[in-house]
Design a binder for this molecule. Structure first.
Ligand SMILES: *Cc1c(COP(=O)(O)O)cnc(C)c1O
Length: 436
């Protein structure tokens, strides 16, 4: 049977009548790769099932959360059990303390943890806390790092050192954007220069220690230590946005792998087991500035929701099993090596980045270390690869600036099928590059 998305295309057209662009988060719309997003009917293990009857091996994993696979029985059963006891109380539960304990055990820098409903809310609240704690206003972020869609962080500005923030989106006041300074990731000299000019006004540096929103980019040796040292020297807080990397690159997140202790950490994705969640936490003395312990206000009607906490506890319970991350990392390395072998047989130049269960391809022969170099990768080649993979039942993120997420539910057969599909897809890419 030929691959078809006819039903999805009809539903996509109808969705556009009711929802802006037909989606509730822009990248789902396939704007970058073109074509129709499959409308999903169900998911189980490593597989997604769409309304056209297609089955996919899924490497999006709901953009990161599904580290134990879709509809994981332990998570589903815990949720089924919890839902009979009510879906929200607006009052404290033991579940919140239990999840906070699991998080602190894995990420000791999070002495106190506050739960919120999304990663966006976590980073937004962390910035307010950093500003309230330091009594300074400016924030530093790296171009290409994504921290959610609130005003302060929706800027990437130009390249180079101290570019004053230009809003990325209409609706972000220039006054807000101007308080956000942007540097290039992996540019220690640029950051040092920025602090030399503005150090006394900087409340915090917020950074994805391992950026996963410009494709997957890895820190240069010593870079994160420099970021830690400079922030400490100037009395600014270091906020690690581990919404994606937390419980993903390893049990203790990127901070454990690179041995850097941030002042505040933001989490999301995996800790909610596929339900909407975020969290921020850090040193007790800082976190005690958050209301009601302190004056920095932050609240949430559904924060710490019992279903979310239940899914999070069940998920973190599974990933504590000894060897969980070793096995996931090994599996991801095997996929990466298999795909690479196929590309090299075709004589295609690619950059391969992997850490833990995250893996990303950049089409091109130049090293990728920041946003500008990531955007130099060949978009046309990626789009060709993407559609050839989709048609063979492999669901990759529909953008060259995203990453692959492996789950514990992916089997050796899934990996073999993905490598085999890559062989075919790389042939299409080679054909495309010849024609172009
Ligand atoms: C996904 C993500 C966010 C935003 O989380 P939402 O739950 O989508 O609001 C923030 N930071 C990073 C690093 C992310 O990957």
């Amino acid at each position: 049977m030929a691959f078809s998305l006819d039903k999805s295309a009809r539903d996509f057209a109808e969705a556009k009548q009711y929802i802006p662009g037909g989606v509730n988060s822009p990248v789902r719309s396939f704007r970058s790769v073109g074509g129709t997003p499959p409308f999903i009917a169900a998911a189980r293990g490593s597989k997604l099932y769409d309304i056209d009857g297609n089955t996919y091996i899924d490497y999006v994993g709901s953009w990161g959360p599904m580290i134990v696979g879709h509809a994981c029985p332990a998570v589903t059963e815990a949720l089924r059990d919890a839902i009979g006891r009510g879906t929200s109380y607006g009052a404290p539960t033991l579940l919140e303390t239990e999840l906070a304990k699991l998080i602190r055990a894995a990420v000791p820098s999070m002495a106190l943890v506050r739960f919120v409903n999304s990663g966006t809310e976590a980073t937004m609240s962390a910035l307010r806390l950093a500003r309230g704690y330091t009594k300074r206003n400016k924030i530093v972020k790296c171009a290409g790092c994504y921290h959610g869609h609130h005003d302060s962080l929706l800027t990437k500005a130009g390249s180079g050192a101290a570019t004053l923030g230009i809003p990325d989106s209409p609706g972000v006041p220039e006054s807000v954007a101007a308080a956000t300074l942007t540097v290039n990731y992996n540019d220690a000299a640029g950051l040092t220069e920025l602090f030399r000019c503005h150090g006394g006004d900087i409340a915090a540096v917020i950074i994805e220690p391992v950026p996963g929103n410009m494709g997957l980019v890895l820190p240069r040796d010593g870079y994160l230590q420099t970021v830690r040292d400079i922030t400490k020297e100037y009395g600014a807080l270091l906020i690690f946005d581990e919404v994606m990397s937390g419980f993903r690159v390893g049990h203790g997140g990127a901070q454990a792998i690179f041995g850097i202790t941030p002042d505040i950490t933001c989490l999301g994705k995996v800790i909610g087991g596929g339900l909407p969640v975020g969290a921020y936490g850090g040193r007790r003395e800082i976190m005690e500035h958050v209301a009601p312990a302190g004056p920095v206000y932050q609240a949430g009607t559904l924060s710490g929701n019992p279903l979310v906490m239940t899914a999070g506890i069940a998920t973190l319970g599974i990933i504590q099993t000894p060897g969980f991350y070793e096995s996931l990392t090994e599996k991801t390395a095997r996929l990466c090596a298999g795909v690479r072998e196929q590309a090299e047989k075709r004589g295609l130049a690619l950059q391969y980045h992997q850490i833990g269960s995250m893996f990303c391809l950049f089409f091109g022969n130049r090293p990728v270390y920041d946003y500008d170099s990531a955007r130099e990768a060949d978009v046309g080649a990626f789009n060709t690869y993407f559609h050839a993979m989709l048609a063979q039942g492999i669901n990759l993120a529909p953008s060259p600036l995203e990453t692959v997420f492996m789950s514990s539910a992916h089997s050796d057969e899934d990996i073999a099928a993905t490598v085999a599909a890559s062989k075919v897809a790389f042939a299409s890419v080679a054909e495309y590059l010849k024609r172009r």
